[in-house]
Design a protein around this ligand. Sequence first.
Ligand SMILES: [Mg+2]
Length: 318
Amino acid sequence: MRELALLQHIYGNNTLLPECITIPPGDDMGGIQIGDTHLLVSTDQLIEDVHFNAQTPLEFIARKAVARNLSDVAAMAATPVGAVATACLPKRMHQAQAYQLCDEMRRWSERYSCPLFGGDIAIAGSKLHIALTVFAKPGDRGAVRRSGAEPGDIVFVSGQFGGAWTGPSGPVSRDFTFEPRIELARRLAEHPDFQVNSMIDVSDGLARDFKRICEMSGVFGQLDGSLVPVHSSAHVAASGDGLPAFIHALKDGEDYELCFTVSEEAASGVLKEIEGVPITRVGRILETATRLHAGEIQILGVDGEILSINDLGWEHHI
Ligand SMILES: [Mg+2]
């Protein structure tokens, strides 16, 4: 089974949706208009032995379940308003552990001003599974979509990339302790000197998620591997498998940083740092005379050579 083919099958039915659906499947959050209210909604799940294992402390499972959903809220430059959760608890889980998980889910939700107000619990099987559905309101200039990138735009990222699973630097690796960039995204989207044309949060790898911006915008994008900010843990990963650290930065994923585009004229106004997080220019949307390359991306290596995209091994399949 291929994830990409399944997503394209889902997106193929978007035209059948009613008018009240303002943002159909294909973005970080869906949108629905209810009277005068524009509501954004997204859902995400955390599965034992996929996103964590039986040794991961419950505090960090709960934190990640909440934070990865809120990273999607950040990708739209929106403000969270609340969430509902479902959990399928394994039969081996003790009562005290179940209480702790619920308490930690509530604690982390409140920490990000996104209170839990409903959900469902089941007890079945041998693995823990948590799903969270988060509701948010767009900023004053509206939700920032993946589909707004224009030829000539400059591509920026927040933070650093690669090796998020490597570590640990504490009790768990960085993919459990990241901060969703909600405030940073809001400050970007509300800045008077520039407009953010498109944005996504990087969960599946910078190259793969940047390609999603290009697909939804119908543009041809270029990432410059020599400019991508490489996290120290990408060097740890590189020393383990011999791949260059910048390739880890491009493909590893679970970074939960933001990738966004701004017009070339406005790009000089983009701040170098927001909330203590560096903002780095990493590429551009190319001007092309034809739509031949719409939705595609090109990646430059550290010496300016064009890399083979297959080297990044992105299409997840089972
Ligand atoms: Mg996302």
